[in-house]
Ligand binder design. Structure first.
Ligand code: UGA
Length: 436
């Protein structure tokens, strides 16, 4: 059992802190946001993540997990400190390391042990861990031996707990073998294969992995766009491709592109990282370009179908960047809503849990419905943006019964064409034949 502190209680920090306490470590999570910390002390999770709140409460009750705003309380006795603060995107696409630097300084001013291991969970550009070590050493108040370890996070929003206990790998990047061994020991109870490497390679593995997954998505979306024109079916094409174990079936779901707090930010950051060493990452630039185009695909299709969208009532089903999350960061819904409003359409959106977050970003430019049915009532067009279970399983006759004209643009290929043809619905999806 190790005495661990986690700096930053965003998505990654919370999932890390809760899961480390679940496997028996003594964890103190520290955040500067007093309100947030107060709520967590009361057992309220500030984010939506299935199962995480229950696990948090359980470990708090068992005395292995606590929350504080005091750096002294968190860092003084900690043997290992995880940095999990945000690395937002700067205007030029590069990662803003302000919070990481601040965390390093806070750590330096409060550590009291003779030796501390700093583990970076935040996604940070290659070379940042070395800077973290320098930032800490430059601000220490006493002599402390500092080791830094890169331990990138690979979990997905919406399945954080599952991924923590069933992930494919844990990557540990370190220069000091003993420090690497300590982090390996901490993680052993997760029962996941551990890969140890040097710090820069570990930092690069995170960016390269996200960039590769984003590439798979943009690739299949381009194939989908071609499928539409040559009369092939992208679902079958992806399935047939995925049977080749070298390609694999995952991340070949064509749709309206990737969103979220990771892929868009990390792909742009990697282009910047490459640019900094005079390398133009043309392939990744194209991946980003394709994704930007794909996000407005449904609007483009509707514009082509109707000529003008002026005065049309559009029911937008789904706002979150993917199902099982209330996160709308970089979600296609935002650009789709903006485009539709610009075209003069009126939009009524429905999402099971992301509505409040969407209101903060999209505001009153669109209306928000409390149910799928309310959104669809008297609509001219339905656009499926997020493949929530309740949207995917919506009986197709609901479109027929409620809409003024049952014309559906499905950005997530939720329905089988064989089912749609049984109904009186005009149906346009991604990379498949339209049903007219
Ligand atoms: C992603 C990675 O999957 C995680 O491994 C990584 O740890 C995380 O980023 C991160 O860097 O923190 P996440 O952003 O939660 O996780 O979401 P994903 O489930 O990967 O989906 C990302 C986007 O890709 C979503 O908008 C989704 O709709 C889209 N997607 C995914 C597709 O359009 N097609 C696919 O086949 C798969």
């Amino acid at each position: 059992m190790k005495k661990i502190a986690v700096v930053g209680t965003g998505y990654v920090g919370l999932a890390t802190g809760v899961c480390l306490s679940e496997i028996g470590h003594d964890v103190t999570c520290v955040d500067v946001d007093e309100q947030k910390v107060q709520r967590m002390k009361e057992g309220i999770l500030p984010i939506y993540e299935p199962g995480l709140e229950e696990l948090m409460k359980k470990n708090m009750e068992d005395g292995r997990l606590r929350f504080t705003t005091s750096h002294k309380e968190a860092f003084a006795e900690a043997e290992v400190i995880y940095i999990a603060v945000g690395t937002p995107q700067k205007e030029d696409g590069s990662a803003d390391l302000r919070f990481v630097e601040q965390a390093a300084k806070d750590i330096a001013e409060n550590v009291e042990r003779d030796h501390v291991i700093i583990v970076t969970k935040s996604t940070v550009p290659v070379g940042t861990n070395h800077k973290v070590k320098q930032w800490i050493e430059a601000n220490l108040k006493k002599k402390v031996e500092v080791d830094v370890v890169s331990n990138p996070e690979f979990l997905r929003e919406g399945s954080a707990i599952y991924d923590t206990f069933h992930g494919d790998r844990i990557v540990i990047g370190a220069e000091n073998e003993q420090a690497a061994a300590v982090i390996e020991e901490i993680n052993r109870p997760f029962g996941i294969p551990i890969f140890k490497t040097d710090i820069r390679s570990a930092e690069m593995i995170k960016y390269a992995s996200n960039a590769f997954l984003a590439t798979k998505i943009s690739f299949i979306n381009e194939i989908a766009n071609i499928c539409e024109k040559v009369g092939a079916d992208v679902e079958d094409v992806a399935y047939g491709m995925g049977l080749d174990s070298r390609i694999g079936p995952q991340f070949l779901r064509a749709g309206i592109g990737y969103g979220g707090s990771c892929f868009p930010k990390d792909t742009k950051a990697l282009v910047q990282i490459a640019g900094n060493v005079d390398h133009q990452f043309e392939l990744l630039e194209a991946v980003i370009h394709v994704n930007n185009r794909q996000q407005v695909k449904l609007v483009e299709k509707a514009r082509k179908r109707f000529g003008s969208l002026q005065g049309k009532k559009v029911a937008m089903l789904g706002l979150a960047f993917k199902p099982n999350t209330d996160d709308i960061r970089e979600a296609a819904s935002i650009v789709i809503a903006e485009e539709l409003v610009k075209e003069g359409a009126s939009v009524v959106a429905y999402d099971p849990i992301a509505t409040e977050n969407a209101k903060r970003v999209i505001g009153d430019k669109i209306d928000y419905a409390c149910s799928i049915e309310d959104a669809l009532r008297d609509a001219d067009i339905a656009m499926i943006v997020t493949e929530w279970e309740q949207i995917k399983t919506l009986p197709l006759d609901t479109f027929e019964k409620l809409m003024k004209t049952p014309i559906v643009f499905d950005g997530r290929n939720c329905y089988a064409i064989e089912e749609v043809v049984k109904h009186d619905i005009e149906y346009h999806s991604i990379g498949r034949a339209s049903v007219l």
